[in-house]
Design a protein. Structure first.
Length: 561
């Protein structure tokens, strides 16, 4: 825990270098250009207090009081606008100072607090903390995820406080030095009035940007323009000790592939339960497979990451099945249409899967394994003990060596050598999986606010990298977006291959594809499955434009390769 607190503190210190905080700094600087010596401390504490409080408690507050979180955001926008106007108009500033002074007196702050500017700075800081979104690395992302699922406990609070303490030190230094430069240097102090008016305009423009959500566009462009910060943050936070402690904080056990004759004993393997239907075999249980080495592979047939692992899984099965290896594919659906047995049967034939496949439509086995990912592999020895867990793609050689090691423990002769197959695991930072249903949507940059039901949307002509927007009529649900009249979609991506999970309304549905403004093809939509839209020789940044020729086509998620 100490290591995690130290790294959280260091990550907080580095926040001052982050592009995501740069739009905040002019506001901090302008706010300290008026008021006394206590204003930098007030602003700093206000930002830290409100960001910490709302990060940790917003999910609880919304569920308890059923209010729109945007209410807080709009309140912050109003406060920032008032601050900007007070810098632009001295008379308005005098009225604000009187009001703040009276409020401070009512709250017991007294005239001393009023004169040194602490209380006014605190109010400004509290509003900034609500609308500020730091560039999140693994540590802050884990905090946000746990808070969003209402899993906050004392260790989460400690890590958050360590992060914010690190953030507060350089922020306070910046505010203090900025105040001294503006108010005490001979070069700048004669022009303080004009400088304050300039900053007033900056704050009002920022408030408008926050109101229109354009501040997030600016942050994304800054982060894209300065990738060195992201690389530094992820290298810092993704070391083994930090990952182990983040997994412990999230209630997950860190398990990594090991090779050689010894693999750790991770306890008894959970049973395969609650299966809707077995394909390729009669029902099996782990207890009936004692004496065998079992590889349990969680997958779903539209998951591109799963598809890239299947040549290895099927190859291992064919290579080692006579030597005591049993593979069980647990098909846990990500989308509703993936529950249909006929669709899974087609996928089994397409990918030449000959081992048993269990349809885990009710997530019973998924939950019994506490699984979190597609794909995920669980390797079980002859005694029914879990010996290796691997999530995601890659590390195929290590997994195969682990299979060989456990087969050797059974006393059976082991086939030597490693499968010679291309590892297609992406090595560049590609556009992440992009969900189109509102329950998990991210990076949606349509000009209109997306909502459940049918509405008209306008394409955003200024997409950031990884962003997308709807155009025309769309019907949005939690799981998918359904095309209507004149439906189009734009996506700015970085990849070589683009895939889209689609369920057509009829077998006559058609999709027209444009890449960087040029028509590159049409796709006939015959059944619910994963469709490949783009196949380029190398990864790069491109603009994808899709036109839907019919209504009722359901689209679920983009994946990339």
């Amino acid at each position: 825990m100490i290591i995690l607190l130290v790294f959280a503190f260091i990550s907080g210190l580095l926040t001052i270098l982050a592009p995501c905080i740069w739009p905040l700094l002019p506001i901090v600087l302008s706010a300290t250009s008026t008021g006394g010596r206590g204003k930098p401390l007030g602003i700093t504490l206000g930002i830290l207090a409100s960001f910490t409080a709302f990060t940790l408690t917003l999910s609880y507050l919304v569920s308890m009081f059923h209010f729109d979180p945007d209410t807080l955001r709009f309140t912050a926008i109003i406060i920032l606008t008032i601050l900007g106007l007070s810098l632009l108009m001295p008379r308005f500033s005098a009225l604000i100072e009187v009001g703040v002074g009276r409020l401070s007196a009512l709250l017991g702050g007294g005239t001393g607090v009023q004169r040194n500017g602490f209380f006014g700075g605190l109010i400004t800081g509290l509003s900034l903390g609500i609308v500020w979104s730091p560039c999140a690395g693994p540590i802050l992302a884990s905090i946000a995820a746990l808070a969003a699922t209402q899993m906050v406990e004392s260790r989460i609070i400690l890590v958050t406080l360590a992060y914010m303490a690190g953030t507060g030190i350089p922020l306070f230094i910046f505010a203090t030095v900025g105040q001294n430069l503006l108010t005490k240097t001979r070069v700048l102090s004669p022009f303080l009035g004009r400088i304050q008016q300039f900053f007033g305009v900056v704050i009002i423009v920022t408030a408008v940007g926050i109101w229109t959500n354009y501040d997030k566009v600016i942050q994304a462009k800054l982060l894209e323009a300065v990738p060195a910060y992201s690389n530094l943050l992820f290298r810092l936070e993704q070391n083994k000790k930090v990952r182990e402690q983040l997994d412990e904080l999230s209630g997950r056990q860190t398990r990594e592939p090991e090779t050689g004759s010894f693999l750790p004993d991770l306890g008894p393997a959970p049973e395969i339960i609650g299966i809707s239907r077995w394909l390729n075999s009669e029902p099996v249980t782990l207890s009936s497979l004692r004496g065998k080495v079992v590889l349990v592979d969680f997958w779903t047939y539209t998951c591109i990451n799963c598809i890239r692992t299947l040549p290895f899984v099927t190859g291992w099965y064919e290579k080692y099945k006579d030597g005591g290896l049993v593979v069980v594919g647990v098909h846990t659906p990500e989308f509703e249409f993936e529950k249909k047995t006929e669709n899974v049967i087609k996928a089994i034939a397409m990918y030449k899967i000959n081992y048993p496949v269990a349809q885990d439509n009710d997530y019973m086995t998924w939950n019994n394994y506490d699984n979190l990912y597609w794909p995920a592999k669980y390797l079980i020895d002859k005694e029914g003990r879990l010996r290796l867990v691997h999530s995601g793609e890659g590390e195929y050689r290590e997994i195969e060596r682990a299979i060989q090691s456990l087969l050797a423990e059974t006393g059976m002769p082991v086939v030597e050598g490693i499968l010679d197959l291309p590892d297609l695991t992406p090595t560049e930072r590609l556009t992440p999986e992009t969900y189109l249903g509102l329950a998990r949507v991210q990076r949606l940059e349509s000009r209109e606010k997306a909502k459940i039901g049918t509405a008209g949307y306008t394409l955003n002509t200024n997409l950031t990298r990884d962003g997308f927007s709807f155009g025309g009529e769309w019907t949005l649900s939690d799981e998918y977006a359904k095309s209507g009249l004149g439906s189009t979609l734009d996506l700015k991506f970085f990849a070589a291959k683009v895939f889209l999970v689609i369920t057509p309304r009829t077998t006559e549905d058609r999709l027209t594809i444009f890449l960087d403004g040029k028509k590159v093809g049409e796709v006939e939509l015959d059944e619910p499955r994963l469709y490949q839209l783009i196949n380029l020789p190398t990864a790069g940044e491109h603009l994808l434009h899709l036109e839907f020729d019919s209504t009722g086509t359901q689209i679920f998620a983009f994946t990339f390769g």
